[in-house]
Design a protein around this ligand. Structure first.
Ligand SMILES: [Zn+2]
Length: 308
C-alpha cells in the first residue's frame, strides 16, 4: 500500500520530558520530522530507526538566538549581540530567562550523524516573529509576545551554516521563510543552487506567485525544487491553496502537516494530509486520490533521495 506523505512535521519543544513515540509506527504515513532546537532534537534522536520516519536536523530562526557562532563570549554579550528591541530593558529581562547559548559548530559536530539524518531543516529566515516573554517558543507554555527580535544577520549566519552542512553531505533542505521571500531566494541562489545534489523544499510557502514562477521554478529544474503544502497554512484560504497547486508542477508537489506529531491524534494527522491529497486530485483532475498518493509518494522519494 502506498503511504501518505508528511514531508514536514515536528515533535514538541519542551525543556524536559521524553517522546511519546506511539504515533510513529503508522505504516499509512511516511514522514520527515524536523528538528528546530536542542530540545526537540533530543527527543527526536531517541526514535529508533524505522522505515517510515526520516530525521531532519536544523535550527529554526525562532530558536536561532539560542546558538552562538565565532569566538566564545559571555551569555550577556552573546544575547546582546543577536537580539534587538527598542527597549534594552526588555532585552535584559529576556536574557535573565534564557539558557546559556550553545556553540553551533560544536552542536553540529556532536549531534550530526549522516547515517541517521536524511534532511536539513527546519532552517530559514523570518522577518516577522518576535520572541515570547519566556525567551523561546515552548509547547504547553503560552507566553505573551515581547518586543524583542532576533537580528536578521544572526538568522542568516545560522542558516548559512546549515546550508553548508547540506552541501557537504548532499542532503535536501526544508525551508521556512516569512516576509523575506526575495532574500531567501537570493541566499539559496548563491549558497545552494550551484550544488546540484541539494534539493530544496519550501515548506508551507507563503511568497508570491511571481516569486514562485519567475524565480524558483524558472531557475531550478523540477527535480530540485519542491513545495510541501499543509492544510492549515497553505489552505487557510482554500482558493489560494488551489492557485498554488495550479502554479506548481505536479512533480514538485509534496504534502505536509507542519504539526507536532507527538501532540496530535493520529487520525487528525492522516486527515490533514488526506485533505491536501484530495485538493491535488481535484486541481489536477486525476483519476483518483490513489493516483495523487502515488505521485506525492514518488515525489517524496526523489526529494529524500530514497531509491524506489
Ligand atoms: Zn515547521
Amino acid at each position: 500500500m502506498i503511504p501518505l506523505i508528511d514531508a514536514h512535521c515536528h515533535v514538541t519543544t519542551t525543556v524536559a520530558g521524553t517522546l511519546d513515540s506511539s504515533n510513529f509506527s503508522d505504516p499509512n504515513l511516511m514522514r520527515c520530522v524536523m528538528s528546530t532546537n536542542v530540545y526537540d532534537w533530543d527527543k527526536l534522536k531517541s526514535l529508533g530507526s524505522d522505515d517510515g520516519t526520516f530525521l531532519s536536523f536544523g535550527v529554526h530562526p525562532w530558536y536561532s538566538h539560542l546558538f552562538s557562532l565565532g569566538n566564545p563570549v559571555s551569555k550577556h554579550e552573546h544575547y546582546t549581540a543577536v537580539l534587538e528591541s527598542s527597549s534594552q530593558a526588555n532585552i535584559n529581562d529576556l536574557i535573565g530567562l534564557l539558557p546559556d547559548p550553545v556553540d553551533l559548530n560544536s552542536y553540529i559536530d556532536r549531534e550530526f550523524d549522516i547515517r541517521r539524518i536524511s534532511c536539513i531543516g527546519e532552517i530559514g529566515i523570518d522577518k516577522l516573529f518576535r520572541l515570547p516573554e519566556n525567551g523561546f517558543y515552548q509547547a504547553h507554555q503560552s507566553a505573551r509576545l515581547s518586543s524583542v527580535r532576533v537580528k536578521l544577520t544572526h538568522q542568516v549566519e545560522v542558516f548559512t551554516v546549515f546550508c553548508r552542512l547540506a552541501i557537504k553531505y548532499s542532503l535536501p533542505v526544508s525551508l521556512h521563510a516569512v516576509k523575506c521571500h526575495g532574500m531567501m531566494f537570493d541566499l539559496c541562489k548563491s549558497l545552494l543552487f550551484p550544488h546540484e545534489a541539494v534539493k530544496i523544499c519550501l515548506h508551507s510557502y507563503t511568497g508570491s506567485f511571481d516569486t514562485l514562477e519567475n524565480f524558483w521554478l524558472k531557475e531550478l529544474p523540477s527535480s530540485r525544487i519542491y513545495l510541501s503544502l499543509s492544510r492549515w497554512i497553505s489552505f487557510k484560504n482554500a482558493d489560494n491553496g488551489r492557485k498554488l497547486l495550479q502554479a506548481l508542477p505536479l512533480e514538485c508537489t509534496l504534502t505536509e502537516t507542519d504539526y507536532a506529531v507527538d501532540n496530535e491524534k493520529e487520525n487528525l494527522l492522516l486527515e490533514q494530509v488526506s485533505y491536501v491529497i484530495d485538493e491535488v486530485t481535484q486541481t489536477h483532475q486525476l483519476e483518483s486520490s490513489q493516483v495523487a498518493k502515488q505521485i506525492i509518494y514518488d515525489n517524496f522519494c526523489r526529494f529524500i533521495s530514497m531509491n524506489l
